[in-house]
Ligand binder design. Structure first.
Ligand SMILES: [Zn+2]
Length: 291
């Protein structure tokens, strides 16, 4: 478990002076696998449920995430937490003792199964939307991202969006999920990652995210990946952010903004190809559920 020295002192000072509830550093900064552009994710344990927010603290991006349930309800999120501030009433330290590696792994496997079921659900949506190629393509990409997240969780890794393609590349595929991973990546289209395609996706995704609290943070991460020529990672990340946003929308939104969706997710209209990929994803998701 990393200690609080991994956090800049200006953020430590902020916690000391402005936060009066238990706080833990979570996310990629706590796992020690972050890029310079990554924010510091702080889990704040308060009973009031509040919307997440992004702050600039001394030039560092900090995302405040409000956790209103007992710490043990967040076994996956808190797996690699570094406690920054604790109190006796709701002791993070004693909760951490109960959250053994084994319990964390069990929670990840449960999350993984849920994601694979989610992938099958989106695959069914894709089949149902066959007469509308653009929307079918959107469901197919949702299904592919869900499959990859689930596969990572089943392998014991917590998906971290900006790092997820790298995590997928390094994943242990011994459970027979290799073909599913390949199909998911083909469906997402990481090999089609060109700068013009990425530019179009950025513009459309930022429009989708115009009201999201993390819009600017996502944009700065995208630019960071672009500057480092990490085109596939960037393409993957934008598509994932767009899919997260779109998954919360309604059917009437999909019908009304089909063009915006098509641009944000860089969708193709090749239904035959999608069907082939979906069959491979279907087999892999079911194989994963049997493990
Ligand atoms: Zn990160």
């Amino acid at each position: 478990m990393p200690n609080s020295r991994t956090v800049p002192s200006v953020i430590e000072n902020y916690i000391r002076s402005s936060v009066n509830c238990p706080v833990a550093l979570i996310g990629c900064r706590a796992s020690g696998k972050s890029h310079d552009c990554c924010e510091y994710d702080l889990a704040l344990f308060t009973e009031e449920s509040r919307q997440s927010e992004v702050l600039d603290i001394g030039g560092h991006a900090v995302e405040l995430l409000y956790f209103s349930k007992q710490p043990r309800s967040y076994a996956v999120e808190l797996q690699e937490m570094a406690i920054m501030r604790d109190d006796n009433r709701l002791s993070l330290a004693s909760a951490a003792k109960g959250m053994t590696l084994q319990a964390g792994h069990k929670a990840l496997v449960a999350a993984g199964r849920k994601s694979l079921v989610g992938s099958l659900f989106y695959q069914q949506k894709m089949t149902d939307a066959a007469e509308n190629p653009a929307i079918a393509g959107m469901w197919a990409k949702f299904a592919a991202y869900q499959f990859l997240g689930g596969m990572l969780e089943l392998s014991g890794a917590r998906p971290m969006p900006l790092h997820e393609l790298e995590q997928v590349r390094q994943a242990d595929t011994s459970a027979g999920l290799a073909d599913g991973i390949q199909a998911a990546l083909e469906c997402i289209g990481t090999e089609r990652a060109t700068r013009p395609a990425i530019s179009r996706s950025i513009e459309a995704t930022m429009e989708l995210k115009s009201k999201d609290h993390d819009r600017d943070l996502v944009l700065s991460k995208v630019n960071h990946l672009l500057e480092r020529q990490m085109l596939s990672d960037c393409y993957f990340y934008i598509g994932r952010m767009a899919s997260e946003n779109l998954a919360r929308r309604s059917d009437s939104f999909y019908a009304r903004y089909a063009k915006l969706i098509q641009l944000s997710m860089d969708l193709t209209n090749d239904v035959q190809e999608l069907k082939k990929l979906q069959r491979r994803l279907f087999r892999a998701a079911n194989a994963g559920l049997k493990v």
